[in-house]
Structure formats: C-alpha cells, structure tokens
Design a protein around this ligand. Structure first.
Ligand SMILES: Cc1ncc(COP(=O)(O)O)c(C=O)c1O
Length: 427
C-alpha cells in the first residue's frame, strides 16, 4: 500500500467530530496535533492496569519502569540516537531547555559568547538569555533574511569566534515554517569547539531526524506536536551529558540520563509517546515501502519511522504548495515565508500570512466561527515577528496542516477566507 489518507484519518477519532453538524478542520497543528486511538489506548491501559511509580519491587512497578525504558528505545529510533541512554524526559521542551541551561552552566565563564537567532520560538531564546544574564555571557544574534525567509549563507560566520561556546538553532520555525540547515551550522560550531543545541519541536512532526548525522550536541522535541501526549524529550550526546552538572535532588540517581529527570515522571505520557512513535512506524511499514531503501543501515522500527517521515514530507509539501498558491490568489494577502513551489523541501507546511488592513485575530476568529481552527499572533515567536515587522500589528495568521489533513480541508479554509476577507475589509 502507498500513502493512504483515508486509512490514516481512520486512526484519529477527533477527525470525525462535528459541532452543530459542521466538521472540524484542524489547521492548528503547529500548536499541537490530534492523536490516534492507539495513543489513547496505551495511556489508558497504563492508568487502568499498570499504574504505579517506577523502580519498585512489585509487578505493577516493573511494568511502569518498562514503559520508561521502552520510550527511551522508541525515541532513540525516532532520532537515530546512538543509545537509549542519551534520551532524557521532562514536562515539555521549554522545561527541559531551562533545566539544561542550569546543568550546562558550569562549562561556561563570564565573557563567553552564545549564539541565538531571530528565527526562534521563545523556548529556544529565554532559557539562554536567563543563563547569559546569570553568568555574564555575551549574546550574539543572527538575523534571517526577510526576503528569502532563510539565513544568508554567511550569516553565522559573522558571529562565530573562539569565544563562542554554544549555538542555539531551530530545525524548523513555528511561524514561517523555514527548515534550517542544522548540519552545516552544527559543523561550523564544532569547528570552533562550540556546542550546538537544536530546537526540533517543529521539525519532528514533519522531517526525519538523525542526530548523529546532524552532528549536534543536544536536541529537544515535544510529543504533543507529533500525535502524542504532552511529553518533552531531550537528546544529548552521552559523553557530554556525563560532563554536565545535573540540578537534581539527592536521592535521585546520579546516572545519565535519569539524573536529569526531576520528580515523578508522567508514565502515562510516556506510554502514549511510544504509541505515537509506533504509529509512524506503522505508516513506514505499511505505506512507505518506497522510502525504506533510503535507510539501509537502519532496522525495524528505526527504518520504518524514518521512511514514514520522508513519505509524509512529500505529501505535506503538496498541501503546503496548494495552500500557499490559494492564499496568493486572495486580494491583499501576504504570505510570510518561502513560497516558491520548487522550494517546498526547504519548509514545513506551516504557513503564515497577513492581510492589508485586517487584524490576524479577526481572521482567525472568523475562521474559528466556521469550525476551521488556526492560530494568530506571534505564537511565541516574538523575535521572528519583530524581525519581520508584524509584531506591533498583531502578528500573523498561522495555518498549519499536517499529514492527516486533506486538500479538501485546505480548500475549505481558502473558500472561507475568500468569504471573510472582502466583508472584513469593508467592515
Ligand atoms: C519551535 C518551538 N520550540 C519550542 C516550543 C515549546 O515547546 P513546549 O511547549 O514543548 O515547551 C514550541 C511550541 O510551540 C515550538 O513551536
């Protein structure tokens, strides 16, 4: 079987829901995806049958401990980590990044420099700004080109030096959708002895991630963006994790990776996250046969999830292209992001736009009234919206399809916009 949207949609109970007879159109996915039934089943199975804290001397606890171990393996497959012991769990990406910014700080000295970019969600900015404030570090900013919506080739060369200790970069942006060349940036950082932290929250749902190939040092993501529950995941190179200073309570383990995991984990979240990875593996095994050959060195679930991501990326590119083309036909609409139909491989399908004279909030609210779910504003990408000059005018409207959306749903949004925009402009 090749990619089969109906079969995929059949896995998601939420996609069949209606309100007052009107179907829901979920285009709010960059803020959080819907989940397949298998994710809910895994979570409820744990809560009903194996609910216990971990590491205890009885069967239920052994089952709970096994759920944690299984997710370390599942995430190692999804990210192609060298070992499950490089996988750390926490509440979400932001909490894990705040925590890492504490645990990394003893490697840094006053006057050292860290590199941040204007193309980040604040989860990849504020933790580092706070660390820089506390340790008296210098922050060097990398702008992106507001015409190409990408970094210029030499953008990082201007700021990297022997003083640079850490480079923080988003793999894909949550507002404009640009995919960044993390491998090249991490290579530049490594060449001068700096570490690279990657925010992969918006790339994990769309792109095959291979931390070993990227050559980065840390990478964080969040399962609620890839059809799982609220569960944060941080990958770190094991030898580097061994050198960090975990902020932890005394009775907790001193071993990596558990030493970075504060408090009692969400074991139900972990059960659901493994099911989410297995959902992608199911797509890879049953619908992405043509892509499996791209990963000759991988086996089993690891091969399947990476094949699935490549397969889904191709389909999502067709949705992005259709959406962007439709938006460009509407009077007064400006798409903020890569629009060239031949460059869809440089973006995820998250599309931002503004309309002359009409607030993003009004447009999103009108779409919401038609059961079409989109977000508006800066979506926590305040540097991005400031850099593009849209921050003070209410940000953008953000439309974010994923692989379970159909072209027909994108058309519903476009048709609704063609109704809304002329009347809103007059009002
Ligand atoms: C690119 C990006 N980074 C970080 C975050 C923060 O993730 P979390 O909610 O897991 O803290 C988000 C959330 O939307 C995001 O889109």
């Amino acid at each position: 079987m090749t990619f089969d949207l109906d079969t995929i949609r059949g896995k998601f109970p939420a996609l069949t829901l209606t309100d007052n007879g009107i179907p829901r159109v979920y285009l709010d996915n960059p803020a959080g995806t819907q989940v397949p039934q298998s994710v809910v089943d895994a979570m409820s199975r744990h809560m009903l049958e194996t609910n216990a804290n971990v590491e205890g001397p009885f069967g239920n606890s052994a089952s709970a401990t096994a759920i944690v171990t299984e997710l370390r393996h599942a995430m190692a497959d999804l990210l192609n980590a060298a070992s499950p012991n490089e996988i750390i769990f926490g509440q979400n990406m932001t909490t894990l990044t705040m925590h890492l910014s504490r645990s990394i700080s003893h490697l840094l000295r006053p006057g050292d420099e860290i590199v941040l970019t204007r193309m980040e969600h604040d989860g990849n900015i504020s933790p580092w700004l706070l660390m820089a404030r506390d340790l008296d570090l210098k922050v060097r900013w990398v702008p992106f080109n507001t015409e190409t919506y990408q970094f210029d080739d030499d953008a990082f060369d201007d700021v990297l030096s022997e003083k640079t200790k850490l480079v923080c970069i988003g793999a894909a942006n949550n507002l404009i959708g640009t995919i960044n060349d993390v491998k090249s940036i991490a290579g530049k950082a490594k060449a001068i002895g700096a570490m690279t932290f990657v925010d992969a929250v918006q790339s994990t749902p769309h792109v095959s991630i291979d931390v070993q190939d990227l050559g980065c040092d840390f990478l964080a993501c969040s399962a609620y963006k890839f059809c799982g529950p609220h569960q944060g995941i941080l990958w770190g190179r094991h030898d580097l994790l061994e050198r960090l200073d975990p902020y932890k309570v005394r009775p907790a383990t001193d071993e990596v990776p558990g030493c970075f995991e504060t408090g009692t984990p969400s074991i139900e979240g972990m059960a659901g996250t493994t099911a989410a990875v297995d959902y992608f593996a199911w797509i890879g095994e049953t619908m992405a046969g043509d892509y499996q050959g791209r990963y000759p060195a991988f086996e089993g679930r690891r091969k399947y999830v990476h094949a699935a991501m490549d397969c889904l990326f191709g389909y999502e590119a067709t949705l992005a292209s259709h959406l962007i083309n439709g938006l460009q036909q509407l009077a007064g609409v400006q798409v903020h992001g890569i629009t060239d139909p031949d460059a869809m491989d440089r973006r995820v399908p998250t599309v931002a736009f503004t309309v002359d004279g009409i607030s993003p909030e009004l447009i999103a609210t009108e779409l919401g009234a038609r059961n079409i779910f989109v977000w508006f504003g800066d979506n926590y990408a305040i540097e991005v919206s400031r850099h593009m000059g849209v921050f003070d005018s209410g940000g953008v409207v953000r439309v974010g399809p994923v692989h379970y959306n159909s072209k027909a749903e994108v058309d519903l949004a476009l048709n609704a916009l063609s109704d809304i925009l002329p009347s809103a402009a007059v009002a």
